[in-house]
Design a binder for this molecule. Structure first.
Ligand SMILES: NC(=O)c1ccc[n+]([C@@H]2O[C@H](COP(=O)([O-])OP(=O)(O)OC[C@H]3O[C@@H](n4cnc5c(N)ncnc54)[C@H](OP(=O)(O)O)[C@@H]3O)[C@@H](O)[C@H]2O)c1
Length: 278
């Protein structure tokens, strides 16, 4: 089945659920009439209905009644209750796509009962501007076609890659948490500009565009970042002096430690779910 022919229900219309729905509507991938959003917050649903013209529900069972694809976008802590409530109420051929951090596909299948086709995904908050980096992995009963459909779904919000489910904590540490690292880098660069005498608004504008431009250069040229670094480090120049200062502070190790800390935390958060018998 193609994404455009699917009826899709998104359970949880918070930051990520709403961002995914926006991506689907704005990319034109799925008509608004085929989209359903469910949440426990009537005001949030009302705002989404007015903005995107999707159908909204306060009852998850009603939202999934005719859904070919069910996206689980509630917090992992409440997901077991949501799945228990849905048990026996999904269409038998529905594809379940979960973005809940740390929640294994095997447990989703066990809580839903039967042999549901489940795809797990880890997007990031940049889905809000359709620039997310998303990793997807297949549960035991998912087919190639299900991964293709999930890829199509998340490509409406950015880039998609496929990983083994066991690597989802590493993905959470790198790209799931990743926008935070870059927000801090932008803010620190902006502070540095202010410290050197620039006005705040100009420092922020220049820092943001610099990060965006550097990222686009890596992506569009396909060149290794080290090659691009060499382009700006002229002998005895400003960049090589800045680089020397960064290396002395252990900047790379700082970032590697941060990703490791986030990966470890993701594992810890997922542990209560992983100890459940599958
Ligand atoms: N935010 C990120 O950067 C990010 C990145 C990757 C993946 N994720 C994953 O995405 C999922 C959603 O995260 P989020 O940041 O979008 O959280 P969020 O903003 O809190 O959105 C979740 C929404 O679901 C609602 N909800 C609670 N119980 C519900 C129920 N039984 N049925 C339907 N809706 C219910 C919540 O309402 P209340 O607020 O009233 O509880 C809230 O509006 C999580 O599983 C998270 O692990 C998030």
């Amino acid at each position: 089945m193609r994404l455009g022919d699917c009826t899709l229900a998104c359970l949880g219309a918070g930051n990520m659920g709403a961002a995914l729905l926006r991506g689907l509507v704005r990319s034109g991938a799925v008509r608004a009439a085929r989209l359903r959003a469910a949440d426990v917050k009537p005001a949030a649903l009302d705002a989404l209905r007015r903005e995107l013209k999707v159908r909204v529900f306060e009852d998850n069972r009603a939202a999934v009644a005719d859904a070919d694809v069910v996206v689980l976008a509630v917090k992992p802590q409440g997901l077991d209750r949501v799945l228990g409530h849905l048990r026996g109420h999904l269409r038998p051929d529905a594809l379940v796509v979960s973005i809940a951090a740390g929640f294994p596909t095997a447990l989703i299948a066990r809580l839903l009962g039967g042999k549901p086709r489940v795809v797990r995904a880890m997007p990031n908050i940049a889905a809000a501007v359709r620039m997310a980096a998303t990793a997807i992995s297949a549960g035991a009963h998912a087919r190639r076609a299900d991964l293709r459909l999930a890829r199509e779904l998340f490509e409406t919000c950015g880039l998609v890659t496929e990983v083994e489910e066991g690597l989802m904590d590493a993905v959470t540490g790198l790209s799931g948490t990743g926008p935070m690292y870059v927000f801090i880098i932008i803010e620190a660069l902006s502070d540095a500009g202010v410290r050197m005498g620039l006005a705040r608004h100009q420092a922020s504008e220049l820092a943001t565009q610099t990060v965006l431009g550097a990222a686009q250069m890596v992506q569009q040229t396909g060149q290794h970042p080290i090659f691009l670094k060499d382009l700006v480090t002229s002998p005895g120049g400003t960049a090589i002096n800045a680089l020397y200062s960064m290396e002395k502070t252990g900047m790379r190790a700082v970032l590697m430690d941060a990703v490791e800390a986030a990966t470890r935390r993701s594992r810890e958060l997922g542990r209560p779910f992983q100890s459940e018998p599958a």
